[in-house]
Design a protein around this ligand. Sequence first.
Ligand SMILES: CC(C)(COP(=O)(O)OP(=O)(O)OC[C@H]1O[C@@H](n2cnc3c(N)ncnc32)[C@H](O)[C@@H]1OP(=O)(O)O)[C@@H](O)C(=O)NCCC(=O)NCCS
Length: 316
Amino acid sequence: MSLIEKIRAKARNSMKRIALPEGDEPRTVAAAKIVAEEGIADPVLITPASIADPANASRLSAYARALYELRKAKGLTEEAAERLVRDPMYYGMMMVKCGDADGLVSGAVHSTGDMLRPALQVIRTAPGMKLVSASFLIECPDTSIGESGLVVYADCVVNPCPDAEGLANIAVATAKTAKGLCGITEPRVAMLSFSTKGSAEHELVDKVRKATEIARSLAPGLLIDGELQFDAALLPEVAAIKAKDSPVAGRANIFIFPDLQSGNIGYKITQRLGGAASFAVLQGLASPCNDLSRGCSVDDIVNTIAATSVQACIPE
Ligand SMILES: CC(C)(COP(=O)(O)OP(=O)(O)OC[C@H]1O[C@@H](n2cnc3c(N)ncnc32)[C@H](O)[C@@H]1OP(=O)(O)O)[C@@H](O)C(=O)NCCC(=O)NCCS
């Protein structure tokens, strides 16, 4: 069974309510029909007409009030909150915030930033998390690597230049995603660098070492090591030479990149040269919200709705 098949099967047991703010978009409408019919989730298609429906007036004003309370310290006025909440994206975020939906999926029309910004402003981070980031779940044809061919990379989407504390947060969040969404029972986290265990000295390497220490203090039970080069983290024969006492080197299934440039480039190389299938999810939000690519298929939307439902079941 592929990872995505496992995720769809898990979602069937949870049937979470997922808000879909692009409720007029044909692929989204088709995906909503499939997830409802297959019992993967309870989809809520949000459209400007459904928001403006007089039967919805009391909910609309409750969301406007709640949005104003959330953002008034940032300068949002009551009038602006009333206007903003009529935008399906903000309406969907308020549904999740107020407990009327368990998660949200969007991005067939909107850009990543258009979806991320309201999620960061309204949903905010989960308790104990300082950053929202994104994991790429990557299935490689070679099943001898990672977790039977499955590896998880982060952060490949959100944070251009995380500091050591941010990087540590990303590592802990990714281990949680690997466990809760991918079923990896023993996350083994490699903190990547161009140095392995002191082979090079630079302030960029210091950042990765510091992040490793912070992550250990945040999650004492987690198998995590750094700084490691990618080959030392992945391959037992290289680990035996460069990092032989490491509990992670040579058997890592989670790879934390030091910044967004390396993370984004890394996943694309794996995908294009390695022939690996990949799938991205956001992590670290107080409730799950996920972004689609604008070129997504109906099947991609169904998969993302399923993953969002499973994330909604992961305990904090
Ligand atoms: C995520 C992103 C959209 C934030 O956009 P922004 O316009 O710079 O937003 P701001 O910096 O004004 O932050 C908005 C809010 O989100 C919060 N925030 C920003 N980044 C955050 C993060 N990673 N985690 C948690 N909160 C974050 C800010 O603290 C701010 O909160 P506040 O309004 O309550 O004070 C921006 O970091 C970004 O564009 N990242 C790269 C995305 C990208 O292009 N990826 C390409 C690969 S697909």
